[in-house]
Design a protein around this ligand. Structure first.
Ligand SMILES: *Cc1c(COP(=O)(O)O)cnc(C)c1O
Length: 362
């Protein structure tokens, strides 16, 4: 049993800022002088209204979203978006383009096809085990949207620049890298992110939708599966995951006020990733699994000589208070997820450990 907190490199649910966890603890029994826990107050109360409105306002400021964008908090995880997107936007005769860059893109494609939607996979990196991000993609002129996965959590790749789609709205799964750096939101019709990697706990998915896409939503969908339902009710059609939204609000406040915004966040994230990749590249002992220019800033995947050594690496790391370094079960190997809340100190401790482990076993 650990008495102390360890350095957390989990892929998701993942590390949260310590100051946020402390604030949750300190206000848990009596939220904002209400005499009740945040988990005991009504989602129709003024207190909760203030929380959700603040979370929306901070999202808009951080991503520089203007009024044509709506920020929503939905349930069902990012996985629910895989089916909601085609359901809401692809009616009779309409088609969309998808780019397949890994496990999660593959699932998004599967869910659209399951509904019989005529979608096209216009590019894929499956030929090289999803170790790169495809380039020079030609999109269909009649596509309603183009779907991409921003950061491939399992395979360890990330789009450095988003593709040019000539005005076709981009729809993007940013579950594992939203708020890791600033980006231009102009080409996007819809942005979604399960919160449990970079902005909060499990149980809620942030969805940012551009006003004009709402015109595509058919009337005959169940209310719970329709974006317009949640736009018109400020995400309060039914009881939302209040506690999860509250934590997102605290994380966004931390990014804005403690870190100092997304430019600063990116600076820190780049520093962490650079240090970790340099340790891998300088070693001749650890091997990266992806093409250099497609490397993720969030999920650093690497292999050791054999599986026995990898198992020992993960075990010994944990004995040294470095947790969550096992790669996803579908790909094996090792993975350090270094989301926003993972500190530079954590990464420095990890790279020191990696060097020591190499000296003993290399
Ligand atoms: C984790 C993850 C998902 C799945 O999220 P859920 O909230 O569990 O549905 C989807 N896409 C990406 C890129 C992810 O990393």
């Amino acid at each position: 049993m650990k008495e102390n907190r360890i350095y957390n490199f989990n892929a998701g649910p993942a590390a949260l800022p310590l100051s946020v966890l402390e604030e949750i603890r300190d206000s848990f029994l009596n939220f904002a002088g209400s005499g009740m826990s945040i988990t005991e107050i009504s989602h129709r109360s003024k207190s909760f209204d203030d929380i959700i409105n603040d979370a929306v306002a901070r999202t808009k400021r951080l991503l520089k979203l203007d009024d044509k964008f709506h920020v929503l908090f939905l349930q069902g995880g990012a996985s629910m978006q895989f089916c909601m997107i085609p359901m809401n936007f692809l009616q009779e005769g309409k088609s969309a383009d998808y780019v397949n860059t890994g496990t999660w893109s593959t699932k998004a494609i599967k869910e659209a096809k399951l509904q019989g939607k005529p979608i096209k996979v216009v590019a894929s990196s499956e030929d090289k085990n999803f170790s790169y991000i495809p380039k020079n993609i030609e999109f269909s002129k009649d596509a309603v949207y183009v779907h991409i996965t921003s950061n491939n959590t399992i395979k360890g790749t990330q789009w450095a620049n988003f593709p040019e789609t000539n005005g076709i709205p981009l729809i993007i799964d940013m579950s594992s890298d939203i708020m890791c750096k600033p980006f231009d939101v102009e080409p996007f019709g819809l942005i979604y992110a399960g919160a449990q990697k970079n902005i909060g706990p499990a149980g809620v998915c942030m969805v940012i939708i551009r006003e004009d896409l709402l015109n595509l939503v058919p009337d005959n969908l169940p209310a719970m599966l329709k974006y317009s339902t949640f736009v018109s009710t400020n995400s309060l059609f039914n009881t939302p995951p209040c506690f999860a939204i509250y934590i997102i609000q605290l994380v966004l406040k931390w990014i804005e006020e403690t870190i100092g915004g997304l430019d600063k966040m990116e600076e820190i994230n780049r520093k962490k990733a650079r240090l970790l990749y340099k340790t891998i590249d300088d070693s001749g002992f650890y091997k990266g699994t992806t093409e250099l220019e497609s490397r993720s800033m969030m999920n650093i995947t690497f292999r050791l000589l054999d599986e026995e050594l990898e198992t020992r690496f993960v075990q010994e790391a944990l004995e040294n208070d470095l947790g969550g370094l096992k790669g996803h079960s579908s790909v094996g190997g090792c993975r350090a997820s270094i989301y926003n809340a993972t500190t530079l100190e954590a990464v420095e401790t990890l790279t020191d450990f990696m060097k020591t482990f190499e000296r003993k076993n290399g």
